[in-house]
Design a protein around this ligand. Sequence first.
Ligand SMILES: *Cc1c(COP(=O)(O)O)cnc(C)c1O
Length: 412
Amino acid sequence: MIERNEGFANLTAGYLFPEVAKRRKVYQTAHPDAKIISLGIGNTTEPLTPHIAKAMADYAAALGTREGYSGYGDEQGLTELRERIAAVLYPKMASADEVFVSDGAKCDIARIQSLFGRKTPVAVQDPAYPVYVDGSVIVGAAGKACASGSGYDGITYLPCTAENAFFPDLSVVKPGTLIYFCSPNNPTGSASTRAQLTSLVNFAKEHGCIIIFDAAYSAFIRNPELPRTIYEIPGARSCAIEINSFSKLAGFTGVRLGWSVVPSELQFADGTPVKQDWNRVMTTLFNGACNIAQHGGLAALDSEGIKETTALVDYYLENARLMQAALGGSNFAAAGVKVYYTGDSPYLWVQFPGWKSWDIFDYILDKCRVVTTPGSGFGPAGESYLRFSSFGHREDVQEACGRLSALTLERR
Ligand SMILES: *Cc1c(COP(=O)(O)O)cnc(C)c1O
């Protein structure tokens, strides 16, 4: 018999979202007439914009003709799309040959883990998007679950809390560590400032670390002072890989299209360019993103597409503002609830002092028929928080806000 891959045995049970779905189902079964509204999952809800949908439909139709047909393309992506990503999103910061088009950011994060292998130490923000940790566990880079049950002994957790303005103390990170960093952050919604990202880059350069910068929510940044890419920070080209995606930018969660940027200056200890091995990973373990999706990506980054996707993101940001107003109501304030939201992300991070995350999750589900996401599911530092997502139809968000405003919450 074949031995089970140790990495899978090390994974602790219970991925967050299946548990959320289970509790929702139990509640619905007990209350068949309840109209439950989800402010829980980080999935887009609004349709593709017309210009982008048409570009994909036209390309798909042309594939049915001899002239318009194309088979395999370059694994790294269409040259035109790599050029457009570089020109539109990284002017003077990255070139087309440093951009690798993919089937999405999550898939790139998984492949990054095969690039660095099991011996590279890993650090993550706490709380964090679950894929950084679980992917590291699967490849054997995270060790076993801690005896305390929170986290893995091979991973350095960097608490990001209200007390440190959601930016971690980096002094605990060992030299030569792969640091996963997400800004604007899922789940805290915090968007790091130029000064904060400068200290991150300086730390990585001084200590031989590489930053995996997840910028999946960069399109939500509205404050012009905030960097939209790590490459706005001097020195980042020699210590950072950026991962990004059309998922939240253009509603491509189902279409599937993302990209990574690996600058030519970034090197391993032996002087090998990281880009060389990343090119090898992408050409060996990946066979190119869907050509229809790539034509959608091209349309998303022309002037019409940018106009449309800005309006699409604005729609979710307006939902977030409505939720911010509802959660900032006197009923919540009287119970000591604190809402963390700066207007540069689709997520509100809300602290309920005295409550455990799953208890306040159940309470709000029961009293408001609103599904949220328990902060503790993103890491130990998320305890007592809930994440509220602004991905939803306006009328549902308004209905949910009305119910939340009517909630009475006692101080604990
Ligand atoms: C949604 C999300 C992604 C995007 O993943 P895709 O695979 O491109 O859909 C990446 N990182 C974070 C933090 C996310 O929330």
